[in-house]
Design a protein. Structure first.
Length: 81
């Protein structure tokens, strides 16, 4: 990981709303997002990401870490270079 990657991670964490968070980190979209956002689990994970980022990141399983890394890299691409 280099400074550019770290900058993208920080930018994602600061700019993400609940919907983007759910999609990028957990793959929750469409109807699944509507259902998940009405419950506490996704909202609690979003709050944890905002307040205890390293603890939240450390708690992601490997599949969700790969998804998150791919989405941050793909969604932000080379726009910050």
């Amino acid at each position: 990981m280099n400074k550019h990657d770290l900058d993208k991670l920080v930018r994602w964490a600061v700019d993400s709303d609940l919907e983007k968070f759910g999609e990028d980190a957990y793959g929750v979209t469409g109807t699944a997002f509507e259902i998940a956002s009405n419950g506490d689990y996704l909202r609690d994970k979003f709050r944890q990401m905002q307040t205890h980022f390293i603890m939240w990141l450390g708690g992601l399983d490997s599949k969700n870490r790969v998804r998150l890394a791919r989405n941050i890299t793909f969604n932000q691409g080379e726009e910050n270079e």
